[in-house]
Design a protein around this ligand. Sequence first.
Ligand code: PLP
Length: 427
Amino acid sequence: MTISLRDTRSQELYARALHYLPGGVNSPVRAMRAIGRDPLFIERGEGAELIDVDGNTYVDYVCSWGPLMLGHANPAVLEAVRTAARAGTTFGAPTAGEVDLAEEVSRRFPGIEMLRMTSSGTESAMSAIRLARAATGREKLLKFAGAYHGHIDGLLAEAGSGLATQAIPSSPGVPAAATASTVIVPWNDPDALVRATEEHEFAALLAEPFPANMGLVRPVEGFLELLRERASITGALLVFDEVISGFRVAAGGVQELTGVIPDLTILGKVIGGGLPAAAFGGSRELMERIAPAGDVYHGGTLSGNPVAVAAGMATLAQLHEQAYLRLHATTMALAEGLREAAGSVPVQVSTATGLLTVFFSEEPVRDYAGARACDLERHGAWCRQLLARGVYPPPSQFEAWFPSLAHTAEQLERTIEAAHAAFAEVA
Ligand SMILES: *Cc1c(COP(=O)(O)O)cnc(C)c1O
């Protein structure tokens, strides 16, 4: 039995949107092309649920791609936003809130003594790279295949053939010169990492320590430790992009969880509690290179915006030890339910606290090549079936599901039931 969802108003809006917005959206993955359907327009969110403009309700596993650890419209976050906004939405001058937030972040992250706020993960990654280049006097960057660090020219790059390769632009408009100093290495390949760091003098080894932008592909045993060692031995800075993993897999991100401490950390998503905020940080010595303490330029009209800072603080206030235990239990229950629901369909469900990816693969996925070799067609069909059954998954296999503290046992049950039926449809 194939069921479909009502999407008349979404279709009308999409037709209008296509006239005024490229592809009808303001960020590509929202268009749902990877799963072969048109986007759904959202009217509102409540806890872990989304309600679209046609009145369909979904259990939401995108949660705005990571910021919403507490789900939609969390009352304490809304109250903090209202209070902050009533006092004025931006000053372009220091406020108490940004000092509180910086102190809280540095308390949580072993690698952060000092930080600078920005308005997006992209901006933070760009500025962290500038700082790494200034601090080392080198230009080259090592990036892993399948990792995403925002839409920075030098990192909008893909690997050529071979193991550790000179990057080539992955988008028109990116000058070859911009990627000329980027070297791409396969994730979880110790030999390629060692070879690349022997062949090149890097300013930074850049990694999502728990990569989640090729689907969630955790590091193999010892890989993060090897990264730390190679950076230290070769004089490169180790930069962890914890835009997704920060505040999610643990209070202090992957660095707290694993004890592998980077030189610089990039944060985003959760830190703004659903409003635009991000940051980069590291040791006091490195961060004092940033202007006006030092000579490396970074500025931003809305950096440390008081409303975003208030939303971030109200979010972090609820992310204590108990919350992580609960999020872990939710994630594992969901993963187990999805594995069972798959039946005869071969899937690999990878997990970390608050993150999960369903790979349509016979084999465990350990790198980008493995993620690309999955049955994307069947994954797309499965996602369309989930949507029709009231579950909103990330509409691409190269993404993670974001279970939150707002997801209830009843919603998990509904999800697993829908997944069961959806798997049966694509078996
Ligand atoms: C989302 C993301 C970014 C970019 O953040 P934006 O706020 O979208 O610019 C960078 N790195 C990682 C790991 C991300 O997931």
